[in-house]
Design a protein around this ligand. Structure first.
Ligand SMILES: [Zn+2]
Length: 445
């Protein structure tokens, strides 16, 4: 399989560095369109890359970023180097000529060290520090430094100017400044280890209780620029529910407006603060949000901007679907994973409490599932909402249930290997047909 290079030059031309920040002469610049792919067990990198190759064949240059968070490495007992090895091997095997990256996803100063060597994309997670008090002197300095953030701000591409009062500016600084300072701390650590321009910085604030408004995003970006972080992707928390592995729950037109205003805030911040001109939104827990994909596509086309769609666990569910579809030992194992996940539901759900909504009443018993055919299992699990047997509670439980498979060790991995063809087909189809094509090419699911 050959990936063409024909679209590469366009990416390079669009991304000349005009930013005021020192990013080095040959700074890595993330392409306009990119997709975060998670590969819990480091066996699906080729199948995932195949989805990007398919996109290229259909005219969209979407570069892959393999992401795995510290939390997932800890749950599975894996090391970040395994992600790099799997990505490199897939790129080599499929002769992918465009860029690709490995993302140290949701890391902090405390957890970054083992990601430094294998990663070239770092997602600084500051959600835990939002709302922690900043030093009063820091707040005062910030407010004084940004008189342009007082009053009425014309956001490009939007009719309504944003109004910021001095009290609002101060309150926002009080809420977010300490978090941004934390991002600065971990950024400086990565910078010291890797050097300017050798990595892509992202700042994430998605795993928190309240959505950030576009005005807050603008103020946060001013603070990020003050910290000297040449941020290329930013992941705010949007309104609505972004639960793991299932569709968006919320007001879709409101999401579309909010996203457009966030894009306008980014454009303003790029111009005003010299942030990298390819800075774009990163949509976390972005997999399976089928109802907002038309809105995302409409915005990126209308406003001619990029987006990073971060997916992760949706691929592990395709492993289970592929095993179930294969029947025999594969189906038996998929049932065993469900039985164990059900038995350890509370423990498995705890780290993801903010981002799942499981109705225990909707979960079939382990015995019921033991009696299922391949078709019954895949119909319940596969994210096809028009299928009456689709069960979002079961899907979310299995989404967080990868620890069960990790505990099975070689037994699980051997079956992945034995059923590679059927699993790979499901992984590629899911990523391309249900994610990449609707978001980047505008096809309807
Ligand atoms: Zn996230």
């Amino acid at each position: 399989m050959i990936a063409t290079e024909s679209n590469g030059a366009q990416g390079a031309a669009n991304y000349s560095v005009k930013s005021g920040m020192n990013m080095g002469n040959h700074a890595l610049k993330l392409n306009k369109y990119s997709v975060g792919v998670g590969d819990r067990f480091a066996h699906q990198a080729k199948a995932q890359l195949q989805a990007c190759i398919k996109a290229l064949q259909h005219g969209a240059e979407v570069v892959p970023v393999w992401n795995k968070s510290n939390r997932e490495h800890n749950i599975i007992g894996s090391e970040p180097t395994s992600v790099r090895q799997a990505a490199d091997a897939a790129v080599k095997a499929l002769n992918w000529k465009l860029p690709y990256y490995c993302d140290a996803d949701h890391i902090t100063a405390a957890t970054v060290d083992r990601f430094l060597a294998p990663c070239d994309f770092f997602t600084f997670d500051v959600a835990d520090f939002i709302g922690q008090p900043a030093q009063p002197a820091d707040i005062e300095t910030f407010v004084k430094k940004h008189p342009e953030l007082n009053g009425s701000i014309e956001l490009p591409g939007n009719d309504e100017p944003a109004e910021i009062t001095p009290a609002h500016l101060k309150q926002t600084a009080e809420k977010f400044l300490a978090a941004v300072k934390k991002a600065g701390e971990v950024h400086r650590r990565v910078l010291g280890a890797k050097g300017a321009g050798n990595f892509i910085p992202e700042v994430s604030m998605d795993e928190t209780d309240r959505a950030q408004s576009p005005v807050e995003l603008l103020i946060i970006l001013a603070a990020i620029a003050d910290e000297g972080i040449p941020v290329q992707t930013i992941a705010p928390k949007f309104s609505g529910r972004f639960n793991k592995g299932v569709d968006y729950v919320g007001d879709v037109p409101q999401f579309e407006r909010e996203m457009a205003l966030d894009i306008a805030a980014i454009a303003y911040a790029v111009k005003q603060y010299g942030l990298p001109d390819n800075l774009k939104l990163s949509i976390h827990s972005g997999s399976d949000k089928f109802s907002i994909y038309p809105a995302i596509h409409a915005n990126i086309k209308r406003l001619n901007v990029g987006v990073h769609l971060k997916t992760a666990g949706t691929t592990w569910l395709e492993e289970l679907i592929g095993l179930a579809e294969a029947g025999g030992d594969g189906l038996a194992l998929a049932k065993e994973v469900y039985a164990e996940a059900l038995a350890h539901r509370e423990e498995l759900c705890a780290p993801y409490a903010n981002v799942i909504d499981i109705d225990p009443q909707e979960l079939p018993s382990a015995d019921t599932v033991r009696g299922w055919t391949s078709e019954q299992y895949t119909s319940a699990l596969r994210h096809v909402e028009s299928n009456p047997a689709y069960n979002p509670s079961l899907r979310q439980l299995l989404h967080v249930g990868f620890k069960v498979a990790a505990k099975m060790g070689p037994h699980y991995l051997d079956l992945l290997q034995a059923n590679e063809t059927v699993i790979a087909r499901n992984v590629t189809e899911n990523l391309y047909d249900r994610h990449i094509a609707p978001v980047f090419l505008g096809t309807r699911i």
